[in-house]
Design a protein around this ligand. Structure first.
Ligand SMILES: Cc1ncc(C[n+]2csc(CCOP(=O)(O)OP(=O)(O)O)c2C)c(N)n1
Ligand SMILES: [Mg+2]
Length: 685
């Protein structure tokens, strides 16, 4: 090999690993890793404060590959920097996160090198990316978390947090609306620990960006309040260096670095073409490209001597030293601030402070009742003082969703006052979802709230939270046609069903105030599951728990709330949320008429389905086939609980604009109609 300088050798190693892996997989995206290799190299080797030996060090700089299709860029970096794997017990035992063998098996079953970077699957992947725009928006959540952590934990002489967040995105990330929402908020919040790098290659899948994208990106970001700088050639390591220095030293603003690049750099026929985007280069093109790089044409997956050593002497040595200093600082911090140190440690393991649940309230029986959202406000404000990192807010609906922390000292998270616990995401549900993911990835315990109807706007990041197994809580209120006069645009119908369809997401629709308490108890005890807590706007009767079963049954997802004498029902009434009380009213009426009914409160399908068969059978005895479900939401799906002989009282159309009482009558949500359905099932109509 002709002698080229070590920087170039490293950059070309990143490139050729990506080219070879995509070719071998016969699938993937070679062009962008080839173009962005110098950017990733300059950042990781010279700037990133990251210790490959401990990729979960709390104060590490974060690198987010928002253009997830360029995953081979990240895998090459993780491999060459020798990033170690972390096991589920948060231990590093010395194995590489990404072995050369993983790279050779890119996109194959069980390879750590999945098609797109998967958090939890490959250590060092800070967040799962692939849906464009999610990564950059998630990085804003990480930067927000960085600011909060610094404000909360740092003490004079003890900078426990000061990490920076870098996200690399392309045309697609910047076209997606979520990047606008997130960048707008990041600028507003003056997140100067955040840096986005924009791969301005003017190419997307269909061809030139001139087909659909002609805005002035720099001006757009300046308008958001960002610092914008340019690097005219992605291969210019010195200019890249300067740009990163500018980002690090510009106070009060996030930085956007616009990097002009050539997709498929060096490929003789595919450079600057969308042909370099989504398919292998081809053997011949690879040979010619390697010749252009001064690389042995026939070598595959070559890591030349000196490359690994160079990374070890750069990012490895710098990161190791920084982490060592941090650990020493943490030991001194622990001696001086034991409580804070304990909190910091627990957060990393997603544990809560001892005894947090002591202040969970209980609610007395009350015929007038309490709205789900109001009960939730009370529970949240009771437990939050004991869990300082339980923080969150709303997409401008906190007065309605009642998620504001109102106790002394809770404060607001605003530009410059970063210790506050109440967040204002603005009317940006999509970005809120991604930001919550970023906060959770930074080990905060975040919640975000809005109307259930608008959960659609934030659905993509909710899905990602489920894939990543992040304990993010969404508080969705105004959960049904119970919204009343606002009409069909504000009345969720299919939303609950669509959330139930997301694997791993737990939905919870508590049926009275005490079930709301139990819902919070369950949610806060989770470490790896996102939850959609679905709450009513209108009052729900608070059941007399001396007469009916304890609300603690909620933890099993479903439980017998009221039963027929001797526990031998002939008909089952299944309800969730506001419809639980309706089932109870129907049950009382049926009992008077001598019909033996059982009410099952079923606030969470997911938790119930996870119970052993014998428990589920004890709640829903297979021999009792007369069953009625009642839920002010899409009727689809209830067949699984009521069976073919059952009746489903649910929504089959959009709602309507009218006072609640009239809607309940129109759509069948009245005790008489539940009673009639029960009798129909029993053949006694
Ligand atoms: C939300 C979303 N929509 C569509 C896609 C499919 N997709 C993957 S890459 C891509 C083009 C991205 O272009 P750009 O960001 O410029 O990346 P480049 O081709 O320059 O690497 C598209 C449309 C996606 N991954 N995510
Ligand atoms: Mg592009």
């Amino acid at each position: 090999m002709p002698s080229i300088d070590i920087d170039q050798l490293c950059v070309n190693t990143i490139r050729t690993l990506a080219m070879d892996a995509v070719q071998q997989a016969n699938s993937g995206h070679p062009g962008t890793p080839m173009a962005m290799a110098p950017v990733a190299y300059a950042l990781w080797q010279r700037h990133l404060r990251f210790d490959p030996n401990d990729p979960i060090w709390p104060d590490r700089d974060r690198f987010v590959l928002s253009m997830g299709h360029a995953s081979m860029l990240l895998y090459s970096m993780l491999h060459l920097a020798a990033v170690k794997a972390v096991n589920p017990k948060y231990e590093t035992l010395g194995q590489l996160s990404i072995s050369l063998d993983d790279i050779k098996r890119f996109r194959q079953l069980d390879s750590r090198c999945a098609g797109h970077p998967e958090y939890r699957w490959a250590s060092g992947v800070e967040t799962t990316t692939g849906p464009l725009g999610q990564g950059v928006a998630t990085s804003v959540g990480m930067a927000i978390a960085g600011k909060w952590l610094a404000a909360h934990f740092n003490r004079p002489g003890f900078d426990m947090f000061g990490y920076r967040v870098y996200a690399l995105g392309g045309d697609g990330c910047l076209m997606e609306g979520i990047s606008s929402e997130a960048a707008s908020l990041a600028g507003h919040l003056k997140l100067d620990n955040l840096c986005w790098i924009y791969d301005n290659n003017r190419i997307t899948i269909e061809g030139s960006t001139s087909l659909a994208f002609s805005e002035d990106v720099a001006t757009r970001f300046i308008a958001y309040g960002w610092n914008v700088t340019r690097v005219g050639d992605a291969n210019d390591l010195a200019m890249l260096d300067r740009a990163f220095d500018v980002a690090k030293t510009t106070p009060g603003r996030p930085t956007l670095i616009i990097v002009d690049s050539h997709i498929g750099f060096g490929a003789p026929t595919k450079q600057d073409s969308h042909a370099a985007h989504g398919e292998p280069l081809g053997e011949q093109e690879i040979k010619l490209t390697k010749r252009f790089y001064g690389w042995p044409e026939d070598a595959k997956f070559l890591v030349p001597d000196g490359v690994r050593e160079h990374f070890a002497a750069g990012i490895g040595a710098r990161g190791g030293k920084l982490r060592g200093e941090w650990i020493a600082r943490f030991d001194a911090y622990k001696a001086k601030y034991p409580q804070e140190a304990d909190a910091l440690y627990r957060m990393q393991r997603r544990q809560l402070p001892e005894g947090w649940e002591k202040s969970l309230p209980s609610f007395p029986a009350d015929a007038k009742g309490v709205a789900g959202r109001d009960a939730s406000a009370k529970v949240l404000n009771a437990v939050a003082p004991a869990i300082p990192w339980l923080i969150g807010g709303s997409a401008d609906l906190a007065p309605s969703t009642k998620t504001r922390l109102t106790f002394e000292g809770a404060g607001d998270f605003e530009a410059g006052t970063y210790a506050g616990r109440n967040f204002h995401f603005g009317i940006r549900e999509h970005a809120m979802g991604a930001i919550l993911n970023g906060m959770s990835l930074s080990k905060l315990r975040p919640y975000g709230s809005g109307f259930l109807i608008f959960s659609d706007y934030g659905r993509a990041p909710i899905r990602l939270a489920a894939i990543m197994e992040l304990p993010v809580l969404y508080v969705f209120t105004h959960d049904s046609i119970g919204v009343g006069e606002d009409g069909p645009t504000h009345q969720p119908v299919e939303h609950l069903l669509s959330l139930r369809a997301i694997p791993g997401l737990i939905t919870l629709r508590p049926g009275d105030a005490n079930e709301v308490t139990e819902a919070w108890r369950v949610v806060l005890g989770l470490r790896h599951e996102p939850v959609a807590m679905v709450l009513s706007r209108q009052a729900m009767l608070t059941l007399d728990r001396t007469k009916y079963a304890p609300a603690a049954g909620l933890a099993k997802g479903g439980y017998v709330l009221a039963d027929a004498a001797g526990g031998k029902p002939e008909v089952l009434l299944l309800g969730t949320g506001t419809e639980v009380a309706l089932c109870v009213a129907a049950h009382e009426q049926l009992t008077k008429e001598g019909i033996r009914s059982r009410v099952v409160s079923l606030p969470s399908w997911e938790l119930f389905d996870a119970q052993p068969q014998d428990y589920r059978d004890s709640v829903l005895p297979p021999s009792v086939t007369a069953r009625v479900s009642v839920e002010q939401a899409s009727a689809i799906g209830w067949e699984r609980y009521v069976g073919s002989a059952g009746r489903i009282i649910g929504m089959r159309t959009f709602g309507a604009s009218a006072p609640l009482k009239e809607l309940q009558k129109k759509f069948g949500f009245e005790p008489d109609q539940v009673v009639a359905a029960a009798k129909q099932c029993l053949g006694r109509a």
